[in-house]
Ligand binder design. Structure first.
Ligand code: NDP
Length: 359
């Protein structure tokens, strides 16, 4: 078997989260594709487990659950690792926010993974989107009720400007969705439950009415977007933060809002000099910085040497002066354009185009 490399963060429900995990969303890579080719994700997860990763991050919408599951089942079969030693996260997509849709959605994820539970189930975004499946069911149901054909019902719906399947909100309240999450936990389908992309006031809304507190908040957090106040708020409420897109604008140019100008980049002279002093790479320095801030991080790579490099950060400490210098680089630059989902209800809806290539 392989040896676990990362320390653990204690969650508020008694479980523990390996501080470094492997991300598996392909949409943010230079390859620029969403769907995995061949067995590239399965292979990366196998390399990761061999390198000492115990935490794997996926989501229904990534399309990578089958490969993540295959890698896990293979590693368990080979005796490299036990299922209970792994921490697997997946996420509820925006079109399943209805309370009664949550458990069936998780069952679909589990079937795709070939597992009987996940360690963590997250509400992926605080914005529900109208489901095409739900829409078609509704149209069919109404059409049969009032005995009109589909063509006519489509015309009627158009004229009554009923929600269109793309880009419309599902106005299910967050607490309703959360009830479904709590049910998933009660059934043992998810050991822990949490949130992703929720802001402070949205988290407060959950805390005010929940039975089970969210264990984790997963948000974009990196050198150029340090999330100090959200992190402090979560810490004060016993919620562990996981940093997604942990490289952010460091590696990525131009993709998202503000990714370009003002960002500290991987070739920054001071960062290169700092990394040299520790005999590490700049990506390793920024991951180490996140570890020292006390958050989890889930860097994604399907490159074997980078899979190994990204977890090779537990044999050194940053000096106080270097930590302070890194803290000074926060620029509030977000790369994941959550704006297309994270708008206040009541504000203009995102256009269907803006929903393309969703994460
Ligand atoms: P990352 O910050 O992890 O960056 C991924 C990119 O960095 C890839 O192009 C990868 O290349 C490259 N890379 C990785 N390691 C290195 C290295 N050591 N040196 C140089 N380049 C490197 O971005 P992601 O957006 O993928 O975020 C990580 C994970 O977070 C996602 O995969 C997903 O699991 C999760 N996530 C969650 C979201 C949410 O809404 N909850 C939103 C976005 C992400 P390559 O693969 O070619 O090696």
């Amino acid at each position: 078997g392989s040896v676990p490399k990362a320390p653990y963060l204690e969650l508020n429900d008694g479980h523990r989260l390996p501080q470094l995990g492997l991300g598996t969303w392909l949409g943010n890579s230079s390859q620029g594709r969403i769907k995995p080719q061949g067995h590239e994700v399965q292979q990366a997860v196998e390399w990761a487990i061999a390198a000492g990763y115990r935490h794997i991050d996926t989501a229904r919408v990534y399309g990578t659950e089958p490969q993540v599951g295959a890698a896990i089942r293979e590693a368990v079969r080979r005796g490299d690792v036990k299922r209970e030693d792994l921490f697997v996260t997946t996420k509820l997509w925006n079109d399943r926010h209805a309370r009664e849709a949550v458990v069936p959605a998780l069952r679909e994820s589990l079937a795709a993974l070939g597992l009987d539970y996940v360690d963590l189930y997250l509400v992926h975004w605080p914005i529900g989107q109208f489901s095409i499946v739900k829409f078609i069911t509704m149209v069919k149901g109404l059409a049969s009720k009032i005995s009109i054909n589909h063509q006519l019902s489509r015309v009627l719906f158009k004229h009554h400007s009923l929600p269109q399947p793309n880009g419309s909100y599902d106005l299910t309240g967050h607490l309703s969705t959360w009830r479904g999450m709590e049910e998933a936990r009660r059934l043992g389908l998810a050991r822990s439950i949490g949130l992703s992309n929720f802001n402070q006031s949205q988290i407060e809304g959950i805390l005010a009415g929940c039975e089970v507190k969210p264990a984790v908040l997963q948000v974009e957090m990196n050198l150029n977007l340090q999330q100090e106040s959200l992190h402090a708020y979560c810490a004060s409420r016993g919620i562990v933060v996981t940093a997604y897109t942990p490289f952010g604008s460091l590696l990525k140019g131009g993709a998202g809002a503000g990714a370009g100008a003002g960002a500290t980049r991987v070739d920054d002279t001071a960062l290169v000099e700092m990394a040299g002093r520790y005999n590490k790479t700049v990506p390793q320095i920024v991951l180490r910085y996140l570890m020292e801030l006390g958050v989890a991080a889930i860097p994604k790579t399907i490159t074997k040497q980078r899979v190994e490099q990204n977890i090779d950060i537990f044999d050194f400490h940053l000096t106080g002066a270097d930590r302070a210098a890194l803290r000074g680089l926060d620029a509030g630059l977000r790369t994941i354009a959550g704006g297309r989902f994270v708008v206040n209800r009541g504000e203009p809806q995102p256009s269907p185009e803006a929903l393309d290539g969703t994460l």
